[in-house]
Design a binder for this molecule. Sequence first.
Ligand code: IMP
Length: 437
Amino acid sequence: MSVGVIVGIQWGDEGKGKVVDYLTQNAQYVVRFQGGNNAGHTVVVDGKKFALRLIPSGILRENVCCLLASSVVVNPWAFLSEIADIEKTGIEIKPNRLKLAPEVQLILPYHQAIDEARENQRGAKKIGTTRKGIGPAYEDSVGRHGIRVCDLFDQAKLRALVERNIKHAKEYCSKVLETNFDINAQEQIEQLLQIAQKLRPFVCDVSRELTAAIAAKKTIVFEGAQGTLLDVAHGTYPFVTSSHTIAPEACVSAGIGTKSIDYVLGISKAYCTRVGGGPFPTEEMGKTGDQIRTTGNEFGTVTGRPRRCGWIDLPLLRRAIRLNGVDSILLTKLDVLTGIDILKVATHYEYQGRTMVEPDWDTDLEKVQVVYEEFLGWKEDISKATSLFDLPVNAQTYLQKIEQYMGCSLSGFSIGPERSQTIVYSNHVREIFGLTK
Ligand code: IMP
């Protein structure tokens, strides 16, 4: 019926996986369009917890076919082991439910070795990557010597590429990064040739499949990974990931025209978190930050690192809304704020004598003075609310003010990890995603 893109509008971990799971009850496709197994999506269905990394959350819905489009980077070992883990839970993954674009770039062990060595060498200035080899794999892609899924099926080409890339990676590591790694090219090639047979059934021309699905008026959901502020061009560079995380990338990656997208839904937490280094103007270092971390279980799905926690930052959200062309926003984890006496919302910044509702290209986010508006919190348990009007008045005011100051409508909120704890009250969004429940 429609094509929707669901993107994180903070620094990732906004709860996109859970929202995608909820919105795909009647969808036919879920498409991952960037990133790799640096992402971690936790979805709870009937009390059972699923930790997904590479495979779209749609895999938990029988009616959905999951696609990995060309700008995704795939560690083939991680891909196969994630399939095996999901199958252990009783969900069967056949190639008609999971498809992989032939242009997808592979993350290989030498990418991980480089990522690790670089982070170690950066010391205090490290980016705080997930050390999964994401950056080096994207570098090989734009450097035009990456190894793609389709290259696995051409033995001579694969051999030449693996030998060349491992030789270069070893030289770079020993001469520049002052470290060595022990990866044997011949063994790697043999392993990849075996993996090729396992991946072959999943390979699919994603652009053609989606073009046909759009013509047949299917419901298609693009699932973003990481978040807008980690976009390699528009995020808080250099403390970003190495892919484009914003909505337009869905079209580039999938090979569909930009006019195909009907709706962009932005996902933000009711507060803000960040993992890894980089500026975070509204970071709360005190007790309240600790309380949010503990209540919200703010620890990385992939690395287990404690997430930095703070207040919702409207100047950065306004920027993210513009970059993605967000139509409306769903605010997650509102329940985590229960019990905090005073809630803060960053409405604008003061910087070099100026009042800023959105940062400019030359605004140093480490140096802005954040201006907050404070709101009274609530103590009532909100985890069973089924509509906006079930919320305590203070929670309703908190949402209304955020909506008003952001200049973008809220279409729903979530109050817990279960499917029943996502409330989408916008009829337009319900229609777009074909929701019946
Ligand atoms: P990389 O993507 O592993 O290169 O890491 C680059 C930056 O992005 C680091 O600050 C990571 O913590 C952050 N990052 C990568 N993936 C995620 C994610 O899924 N959620 C939140 N942060 C992420």
